[in-house]
Design a protein around this ligand. Sequence first.
Ligand SMILES: *Cc1c(COP(=O)(O)O)cnc(C)c1O
Length: 445
Amino acid sequence: MPLPTQERRLVTAIPGPRSQELQQQRDAALPVGLGMTMPVFVDHAGGGILVDVDGNQIVDLASGIAVTSVGAADPEVARRVSEQVERFTHTCFLVTEYAGFVDVANALNRLTPGDHAKKTALFSTGAEAVENAVKIARVHTGRPAVVVLGHAYHGRSLLTMSMTAKNVPYKEGFGPFAPEVYRAPSPYPFRWPGGPEASGEEALAALKDLVVSQIGAHHVAAIVAEPIQGEGGFIVPPPRYLAGVADFAREHGMVFVADEIQTGLARTGAMFACEHEGVVPDLVTTAKALGGGLPLAAVTGRAEIMDAVPAGGLGGTYAGNPVACAAALGALDTIEKQDLVGRAREIEARVLPRLSALVGPDSVVGEVRGRGAMLALEFVRPGTTEPAPDVAKAVAARCHAEGVLVLVCGTYGNVIRLLPPLVIGDELLDDGLSVLESAIAAENG
Ligand SMILES: *Cc1c(COP(=O)(O)O)cnc(C)c1O
């Protein structure tokens, strides 16, 4: 199938009649607990465009939540997947092996920060990768506790939802939660009581106090942190904070786990977001962009930590599925050959100045932040830091009606995040931004 023309085009209202019909079927067949951002059904996609079942061409500024960084129909991914599907779809790597699993592991061992000896285990979802990072850290240290941050998002399984900060919708009613999960404040510069300048040092001091005086450092297996917090609102920690956490973890024999599931693999204008801070984590979790759209996740880290778990302790029926591995090899190839790290930086250079111009004392945009092609706007009551989730929602709705897909996130539901495929063209990106600017202008009155 050829790539859709890279232009926004609306031929019906959004959603169109065919999407509405499918929506009715969905509502009858699916539980309401499955949320949805934009009520259109996709027929095909590619580059920066999603084509819906009514023929509308929608600008994709979401990438299926940072997954389709190489586009939703990358030829390298498609070719390798088709070839693999015809050879075999599954053996279970724990039963009989295949080379693709080892190839993906080698690629991640090479690409993740640090030049120490590394090993990689593959899984299917991000939550599974985070769970396994904790399992590995617990066996390696012989300690139970896990320290996470405010505004963190680590998944929806029992352990990872316990590690996730936000109650509604991720935790409400789903308790009791997993024990031995402790939360230190996130240094959220825009909202730090002592101001952004103090946020890093004060948050680090609070984390150390929590670990030393409340948990006991010798009980802590791991500190798990997103180098830029994703679902929590694209919160970029202040300079030196992450390095401070990593150093503190090392001093006390705790494993420092960077959850790079959303930030990793070129998204932030570095292969891994930790690199912006020169931080080398002990373990790194990846998923989202790794599989080029197919479900694949990984834990990569220091060989001696990864080898702590005895044979049989790690795995899963589908973990490192051969079709997903083929897709990942295609996606990684595209990321490297097309220099999508560089492209993410270009996207930042193109988008950030336009977004930054929207901030002001009379504007609903209180702050613009992020790195690379992971950028966000935080909406507030003008001149205050009071969250304005209604405004974020209204801006997103205007964008959706105009055929531009944006996502809302944040602990207070007041952040619009931009996660375009890294292969999106400049013209399409500019067009999407113009729609977003008009939507914000309408809210500013
Ligand atoms: C999406 C995400 C996860 C969970 O990944 P799933 O594949 O949805 O289980 C974990 N951590 C971070 C930082 C994420 O963004």
